[in-house]
Design a protein around this ligand. Structure first.
Ligand code: CBF
Length: 829
């Protein structure tokens, strides 16, 4: 039989003409074939979008080849695999990243040129895959790129939302949300796996039954939904390895409510069946809290159940003893969102695989690791017990049992310290009895990770203090990182070429520590000149974008000062706007000779507010009314401009970041777990103006405090400043700008009242008032530095040169070695 199979395989390989060819002629034929046969447009007449479609299908073919080889290689080698469970991924566009990682960008560019197209123009045709909210989701995407590049045997699992993060529409300065039906024009980057489906069950009851003579708890579910896999190949750079991001879509199950059919209500039964699809239909657009929504809980369990069935099936294909599970499987919980996986694996091992509790528990404790991404109490999820009990009754029982055993153990260690016991309990007995997902994740994981050094300190001393005292050995941190492939090679190709030229090698694209080699040239006049040129061209690109968006012409000599991120009170976009009002006010009142000394600025702000977050929405409106005032004042001219970039997403970031001179990271110390935007700016040689929060503290260690503009209260000063509250000496400049808003200088006086209230001395939780003076000083220092363009360029080069530590390659390597215990498994070329 095996001889027969081999002969068949050889014949098939010969028929397929080996691998796809990558010379420009073959690529052209391939693109045209896809235009004709896949897209079904005539190869004699097609537009840019259709060309993009043909092109992306041709790239997809090449991805699939490597992906198949990688999967086969993993299957053969059977290494320990890591399964990355995340409810959110912000992948952005795939085309440019894919051709770069596949190493065939130039070949495609040439092939397209000969067909009369430009790769960059076609790349713009692609929409963003925005299946996530912010930092956490983009981090997941960066980490997948690193997992593939470093040859780790990894799988990403998530949900294939039909509607990604809402599109932000600005009408008259107000944010409006529009659905993002991103699949409207097809998605060439995914492969539907019609045969990879699993039933996911909900509701019902738990009954006691005799199974094999043993009393067992048996879950009798009442609803079944089918999970269908969509695979997204993720290519590594400089390797054949191409891993899988498997996203689940909900489809009606054939077992769905047969009763309704039987009772003859055919139409309603079909309509009802269709409702199953709502589970994966929409991403929750709030990155602050998700308390108590049934659909959200269904999403979490749906994705966890399908993923664990898939993981267990893969394990069982090669093994028949579950004691080997921890040697083959590492499960990474990306925040608490997938924490139901713990109860699900316990349930499967006990109820379906007939392991006893202790054996199942022993396995579970060895496979899970948990990373938390927040310091905010509202970021810690709670699941109402009533809700969980009705949706997943057996899981609730299991969680209760885990908690009972944990509490018994804890009592032996800490005695009857009821307040500590109740703080650490997985079950919270409040007005609404709830499951604390974070406590569940900590109790059942072998490792708990923070995402920066500061975050780690906060976890140990505040957020999870009780747990840290109990299990100090469980706690670690891995400072976040971003992928230099996306954030330099794809988005800033001229800087990429310049770096390669000066380092004399492309090796930094896989080993970004080599960027430190730029340090020795930081004052070299030739590099400085070329660096400035690259930055100017990027600014030009950004200026054109701004003009198209808003009609505003901005001067390239001005400092491009950017703050792009989700709108949050703790991220303090309001501080930025108040600073801009102050600058405007000063310029207005200056005499001619002082005006000549002003460093011109183009202030750029972008970001989405969660739909129900009223204060954040007011901040957006304020930005617009202030912009109207400033941009239309002929006295101010080019000295100050303010632009709000709507619908901020990954591809907008790719355009804006390379063109920024200065970027702002203003979170009140102790509020940003890490922050990853700053790392992207740093890699691109943009100077930072920031508080000593999250990963900025480590950025300072790398580049030195002399190469950025630091301001604001330090972590240990924040509590005292808050306590001082109303007695705090009010900064007069701060009071003046707030008064301007209150007095209606920018209009909408009533509307902004509640926003102004948030920064009144006795309510200013995020300390805008007390940080304002030091913020203005940092801004003045930035102005001063900008005047000396050679010095500025030196700082810019040193920023990029010091960014190596903030690559997700480093983060992933640390996870692999210290948390997951996995090794590289490189697919032979
Ligand atoms: O760790 C990645 C990022 O996650 C967040 O965005 C989050 O969603 N919790 C944090 O707010 C960031 O600080 C962090 O960098």
């Amino acid at each position: 039989v095996s001889g027969e199979r081999k002969a068949k395989a050889e014949r098939m390989f010969a028929l397929m003409d080996g691998f796809q060819k990558n010379d420009p002629m073959s690529l052209q034929k391939d693109i045209l074939n896809h235009v004709e046969y896949t897209v079904a447009r005539s190869r004699f007449s097609f537009d840019d979008f259709e060309a993009y479609q043909g092109l992306s299908h041709s790239v997809r073919d090449r991805l699939i080849e490597r992906w198949h080889d990688t999967q086969l290689h993993f299957k053969r080698e059977d290494p320990k695999r890591v399964y990355f469970l995340s409810l959110e991924y912000l992948m952005g566009r795939s085309l440019s990243n894919s051709v770069i990682n596949l190493g065939i960008r130039d070949e495609y560019a040439e092939a397209l040129n000969e067909l009369g197209f430009e790769l960059e123009v076609l790349a713009e045709q692609e929409g963003d895959a925005a299946l996530g909210n912010g930092g956490l989701a983009r981090l997941s995407a960066c980490q997948l790129d690193s997992l593939a590049t470093l040859d780790y045997p990894a799988w990403g699992y998530g949900l294939r939302y039909q509607y990604g993060l809402f599109r932000q529409l600005i009408l008259d300065g107000f944010q409006h949300e529009q659905p993002d039906y991103w699949l409207n024009f097809g998605n060439p980057w995914e492969i539907e796996r019609v045969h990879v489906t699993y039933p996911v069950k909900f509701y019902g009851t738990v009954e006691e039954e005799l199974v094999d003579g043993r009393k067992s708890r048996v879950w009798i579910p009442a609803e079944t939904v089918e999970a269908v896999a969509y695979d997204n190949p993720i290519p590594g750079y400089g390797t054949r390895n191409t891993i899988t991001l498997r996203l689940w879509a909900a489809k009606p199950s054939d077992h769905y409510d047969m009763e309704s059919y039987n009772t003859g209500d055919y139409i309603n039964a079909v309509v009802d069946r269709q409702k199953a699809e709502t589970i994966s239909s929409v991403l929750y657009p709030d990155d602050r809290s998700h308390q108590g929504k049934e659909l959200r809980l269904k999403q979490q369990y749906f994705f966890v159940s399908a993923s664990t069935q898939d993981i267990i099936r893969r394990f069982k294909d090669a093994h028949d003893n579950f004691d080997e599970f921890p040697q083959k499987v590492a499960l990474q919980l990306n925040d608490t969102h997938p924490s139901l996986a713990i109860a699900e694996i316990m349930r499967v091992l006990i109820d379906e695989e007939n392991l006893d509790w202790d054996r199942a528990w022993g396995i579970v404790c060895k496979i899970f690791s948990f990373t938390t991404h927040t310091v905010l109490a509202e970021g810690l999820e709670k699941i109402p017990v009533d809700l969980l009990g009705s949706l997943l009754p057996r899981h609730l029982e299991i969680i209760y049992d885990i908690n009972f055993k944990f509490m018994e153990d804890l009592k032996k260690k800490v005695g009857l310290d009821y307040s500590r016991l109740s703080r650490m309990s997985i079950v919270e007995d409040g007005a609404v009895k709830s499951i604390r997902s974070a406590n569940l994740s900590i109790v059942c994981s072998h490792t708990v990770n923070g995402v920066s050094k500061v975050h780690f300190e906060l976890l140990k001393t505040k957020v999870f203090k009780d747990f840290y005292e109990l299990w100090p050995e469980k706690f670690q941190y891995k400072t976040n990182g971003v992928t230099q492939r996306r954030w330099i090679v794809v988005s800033n190709p001229s800087l990429c070429d310049l770096i390669t030229k000066w380092l004399g090698t492309e090796a930094w694209i896989r080993n970004v520590d080599l960027l430190t080699g730029l340090r020795e040239y930081a004052t070299d006049a030739v590099l400085q000149q070329e660096w400035k040129m690259v930055r100017r061209v990027n600014k030009m690109r950004l200026a054109e974008y701004i003009e198209v968006l808003s009609g505003l012409k901005v001067s390239l000599d001005a400092m491009f000062d950017v703050q792009i991120k989700r709108i949050h009170e703790y991220k303090r976009q309001l501080l930025n706007i108040l600073g801009i009002i102050h600058r405007y006010d000063c310029i207005k009142n200056m005499n001619e000779s002082d005006r000549r000394k002003v460093v011109p600025r183009v202030c750029i702000i972008g970001g989405k507010a969660a739909p129900g977050y009223e204060i954040a929405k007011k901040i957006i409106k304020l930005c617009h009314v202030v912009a109207d005032k400033i941009n239309n004042n002929s006295d101010i001219g080019d000295l100050l401009k303010l632009v709000f970039i709507p619908d901020y997403n990954v591809s907008v970031a790719e355009l804006v970041i390379p063109g920024a001179d200065l970027s702002q990271h203003l979170s009140t110390a102790g509020h940003e777990a890490s922050g990853t935007g700053s790392m992207k700016f740093l890699m691109n040689g943009c100077l930072l103006l920031a508080t000593a929060d999250g990963s900025t503290v480590e950025i300072i260690e790398e580049i030195g405090s002399e190469n950025l503009f630091l301001f604001g209260a330090k972590l240990d000063e924040v509590p005292t400043l808050r306590e001082r509250g109303p007695n705090m000496k009010v900064n007069l400049q701060f009071a003046r700008v707030v008064r301007m808003i209150r007095d209606g200088y920018f209009g909408f006086q009533d509307y902004f009242e509640s926003l102004c209230d948030t920064v009144e001395a006795d309510k200013d939780f995020y300390l805008l008032g007390s940080d304002f003076g030091s913020y203005l000083e940092a801004q003045a220092a930035a102005d001063k530095a900008f005047v000396d363009q050679d010095k500025w360029t030196e700082m810019s080069i040193l920023s990029a040169a010091g960014s190596g530590r903030f690559s997700s390659d480093r983060t992933i390597q640390e996870y692999a070695e210290k948390t997951w215990g996995i090794e590289a498994c490189r697919c032979p070329f």
